[in-house]
Write a protein that binds this ligand. Structure first.
Ligand code: 2AM
Length: 167
């Protein structure tokens, strides 16, 4: 099983991201556009791991209070274009706690430093730098353990468990 942990995005955030994708397409950028249903913010990437139950046990120990998150700008890693999130101490703390819980349970994960982004286009050809993205905020009140499978028409993401924050 290929596993990762992410924040599900609100309808309003998805709508702004889809608008940005449409603007990128209209400005001539071609590539593999992430379908609206697949838009997500990854907090930690585990990769191939057979034991979802142990991951669920680890994530159940992560506590956090709901917080606000706001879209901010676009950028690229090579030919991958993404939408960014306004820097947030609470978001960084949540990613840190999740990663700490995974470590405590001996679950391997990608230890690259956390760089909050939502992938919009992979293998892009053309320059999307002129596209502006609207600012919209949402409340993060849960995070999810996701399974990723390669389908015929692209990646299929399935939520295996959801973990709620509490005030
Ligand atoms: P990406 O969109 O920048 O590729 C599922 O693959 C999710 O995990 C994606 O959001 C992906 O980010 C993220 N991810 C983080 N580290 C990854 C890695 N080493 N390999 C694949 N996906 C990774």
């Amino acid at each position: 099983m290929r596993l990762f942990i992410s924040v599900d995005l609100s309808e309003a955030v998805r709508a702004v991201l889809v608008d940005a994708q449409n603007d990128m397409f209209d400005s001539g950028v071609r590539g593999s556009y992430a379908p609206e249903d697949n838009l997500h913010l990854t907090l930690a990437f585990i990769g191939e791991y057979p034991d979802a139950e142990t991951v669920i046990e680890a994530l159940s120990e992560v506590s956090f209070a709901p917080f606000e998150l706001c879209t901010e700008g676009i950028g690229c890693f090579g030919d991958l274009w993404w939408a960014g999130m306004r820097p947030s101490a609470q978001l960084s703390a949540l990613a840190r706690r999740i990663r700490h819980a995974l470590s405590q349970h001996g679950i391997p994960f990608d230890r690259k430093s956390f760089s909050p982004h939502v992938t919009l286009i992979r293998r892009a050809r053309g320059d999307a730098a002129g596209v502006c993205i609207g600012s919209v905020s949402m409340t993060v009140d849960s995070f999810s353990l996701m399974r990723s499978d390669r389908g015929r028409g692209g990646m299929i993401y399935t939520e295996l468990a959801r973990f709620e924050g509490r005030f």
